[in-house]
Each structure stands twice: as C-alpha cells, then as structure tokens.
Design a protein around this ligand. Structure first.
Ligand code: ATP
Ligand code: MG
Length: 419
C-alpha cells in the first residue's frame, strides 16, 4: 500500500483527553479514532491488526473444533429475565424502542447461544460441540480511561463449549488452555502472559485468567516464576502458595487480563433446560464452559507492553504490514527501484507499506518508528550506488545492508514475516 494514499496521517501531539499509552500511540499513528470515553473506531492500519489477531485466534479455535457463528447484538429481554441477569447485571445496556419493547444490547452471549444450542441437542449423539464468534460487546463500564483496554463497546472472541459430563468438559477445558497459550505466543506476548488462578464461581474452585505483565495493568497477580503460573490478588486470601508446586514466595506484579476460561457447569443449562438423553435414555444436563479473549484489549496490551520511546513495536504476526519500505530523495531511479522491490515482495505474499511521500527523511523515520512495522527497508541514492538495501529491525534497532539477492532469499523472507 502507498502511504501517500493512506487517508490517515500521523500526529506529533498526544491527544489531550487520553491518559493511557495504548490510546495515545494508536491515535497518534492513526490506527484508531476516539468517539467517546470507551468507544473507538478502527481505521485502516488498526483494522489490519484486528484482522490479523482474529485470524490467529480463528486458526487456533478451529483447531479445537470450534464452529464459528455470528450472534445478534439485540437480545430479547425475556432471555435475560430467564437467567435472572436482566436485574442483576449492573453494566447491562437496556434500550426501549418506540413501540415500548425493551431489549438488551449484548454484553456477553450465554442468553443467546444456549437457546440456539437447545434447538439442536436432544441425544448424547449431539454432543460435544463448541461455538464461537467475534462480536462487539456493550457494557456500561464505570472506568473507561484505559483506551482500548476497557471499552464500553469492544470486540471479543467468545467461545462456548457444550459437553455431556465433567470429564468431557475438562478435556476440552485443558485443550483450550493450550490453544490460548499458542494464541498469546503468536500475538507476541507469550513470555509475559501467565495462566492465573482466579475465583471460579459455583461449579469449580478456580477459573483461569490469562494475565499479561504490564505496569499499567488494572489487576494484581502473584506469580510463581518456576511454574509460570499466578494467583489473582482477589483470591490470594484462599490460595497463598503456588497451586502447582506449593512455593510460598510468590512475586507481586501488575497485569492485564487478556483472556479467561470458565467452567459454567449447568448454570445456563438449568436456566434454559438444556438437556439430552444419555445411552440409557436418562435425562442429563449439558455441562458448559465459556472462553473469552478481548481482541481490542489484546491489541492494546501489545502496545502497552512492547512499545518503546519512539513508538509501537508490532510483533510479526499481528503487524499491519510486515515491511515499511521507505524511499529517500525524489529521484526517478530510487522510485523505480522501490516500486520494483515492493512489487516483488508483494508477489512473495508479504504486506508492504511503501512511504512514497515527499517529506523529509527525519519525518519518514520518525513515522516509521511510531507506526512500528517489524522491518524498515530503505532505498536511497546511496543504497542504489552500493547495490544494497538497508534493513532495520524495529524491535532491536539492528541495521544491515543486504543485496537484493539476499533479500529475496526464501529463508530470509520467511524470517521477515515470522512466526
Ligand atoms: P474485567 O475483569 O477486565 O472486567 P471480565 O471478567 O468482565 O473482565 P469477561 O466478561 O470474562 O471479562 O470477558 C472476556 C474477555 O473480554 C476478558 O478477558 C477481556 O480480555 C475482555 N474484556 C472484558 N471487558 C472488556 C472491556 N470493557 N473492554 C475490552 N475488553 C474487555
Ligand atoms: Mg468486567
């Protein structure tokens, strides 16, 4: 993509009404646009990140056998009355239309997914299965000062599992942990993300949160470095040692909850009478689990924990473009070479943002650091003369001059795009 055609532009000044680093950098880079507290629009660069994150998650959840659906945003009031949550969920948005009908605007989708599942479940042969979606959620969050980490409207991947019994549920639950680990590794925050024991509700002692270490995080967790697990501060009273090795020297850290997995037991099966007949013809309740990941929150977390003083540092698999190609000087030869390299990179399936703007080199470099593509390629008079291109890794700052032959070497190209 030509940067001169990108309708957004970078800004030097931080937005006055934002206090969080993620919002500041993402707005300055033109990734997102703020509409009101906790509500953001995603612009071309930001949407590319969202789509890449979605694709990682889709691949891993499909690997678990999850079937993708897309549920409604408007939820009938009756379903929320049936679970009792119409009156108990403080952050539920309720609207009344001109006919006087009241509906909820979905903050989560158990009230919708369980009645859907009930239509298709009657026998043990219909189980197990799992359903997921990427959809906007709406919640009246009291504090909405953390940019896209805590939205009032935000994109979530929500997955729901339906199992015949505890064992079948536990198998899926354990597999989901492995998939989640893979997702956060691919998103570039694996080494900073800890499986965290948190309170589990009625049906299990614990739920598991995926918490990413960040000084700006809202949560406090106590980590066991040896086991790479943690305990949420909110349950530390009950669980004072590492749940895996009994280590009592846990380290207190701030963190962001990027995802969680939860045993719902029969809570929603009871509310909607989701039952099946087992092999003996006996009626049994379906056991459910729910598994969330905040897509915007994950994107914001990546910005919070990986950016540096110059701007964002996107991990390879979620970067809007793999390469930022920067042309310096406005000679026809430089331009021709840059266009040629861009076309050849794109032919190899590599996303390129090409800075073809007529602005000062210093401005191009500053923008390139702010926007944070994993690699910057510079084509200039000098590089033409030397027959080489300059390549700089955003994360390490490491700079190399490589010949075109080296650049288009398959192994080298693969390294550029990751994983
Ligand atoms: P929190 O404790 O942070 O409010 P939650 O327990 O309400 O989170 P869930 O309802 O389980 O979260 O949602 C699943 C995932 O959705 C969370 O792990 C988080 O990644 C994301 N999420 C939750 N609330 C928000 C929000 N307001 N904005 C952005 N992402 C969110
Ligand atoms: Mg919440």
């Amino acid at each position: 993509m030509l940067q001169s055609k990108l309708f957004t532009k970078t800004r030097k000044e931080a937005p006055k009404d934002e206090v969080s680093k993620n919002a500041e950098l993402l707005i300055r880079g033109g990734f997102i646009h703020k509409e009101m507290a906790g509500v953001y629009s995603y612009l071309p660069l930001g949407l590319r990140v969202i789509k890449k994150i979605e694709n990682i998650i889709r691949e891993e959840i499909n690997g678990l056998g999850g079937q993708e659906i897309f549920m409604s945003t408007f939820h009938p009031k009756e379903k929320w009355v049936a679970t009792g949550r119409w009156n108990t969920m403080d952050d539920l948005y309720k609207v009344k239309d001109s006919s006087g009908r009241e509906v909820a605007i979905g903050p989560t989708h158990e009230e919708i997914v369980v009645p859907i599942a009930r239509e298709y479940v009657s026998s043990y042969k219909d189980l197990p299965f799992s359903l997921y979606q990427f959809q906007n959620k709406f919640r009246m969050e009291l504090r909405a000062k953390s940019g896209i980490l805590r939205g009032r409207e935000f994109l979530m991947k929500d997955l729901y599992s339906f199992s015949k019994d505890e064992k079948e549920h536990n198998d899926f639950y354990e597999k989901s942990k492995i998939a989640y680990k893979k997702i956060f590794e691919r998103a570039g925050i694996g080494s900073k993300t800890y499986i965290t024991f948190a309170s589990g509700g009625t049906f299990s002692k614990y739920s598991q949160e995926f918490q990413t270490l960040a000084v700006t995080g809202e949560d406090t967790i106590h980590i066991c470095e040896k086991c790479k697990v943690a305990v949420n501060e909110e349950i530390i009273a009950e669980q004072k040692v590492c749940p895996e090795c009994d280590n009592d020297k846990l380290q207190k850290e701030k963190a962001i909850e990027v995802g969680n997995i939860f045993n719902l037991g029969t809570k929603f099966s009871d509310a909607f009478d989701l039952v099946y007949l087992d092999e003996k013809g006996e009626k049994k309740k379906v056991i459910m689990g729910c598994y969330g990941i905040g897509i915007g929150r994950l994107m914001g977390t990546i910005v919070e924990v990986l950016s540096d003083k110059d701007g964002i540092v996107w991990p390879k698999e979620v970067a809007p473009f793999s390469i930022h190609l920067v042309e310096l000087g406005d000679s026809a030869e430089v331009r021709a070479k840059a266009e040629d390299i861009m076309a050849r990179l794109e032919k190899e399936g590599i996303d390129v943002l090409y800075d073809d703007r007529e602005v000062r080199p210093g401005e191009k470099f500053a923008d390139s650091d702010l926007l944070g593509m994993p690699y910057r390629l510079v084509i200039s008079e000098r590089s033409l003369k030397e027959g080489k291109v300059e390549i700089k890794e955003r994360k390490t700052g490491e700079m190399n001059m490589v010949s075109e032959k080296e650049l288009f070497d398959k192994v080298f190209l693969k390294k550029l795009i990751g994983p």
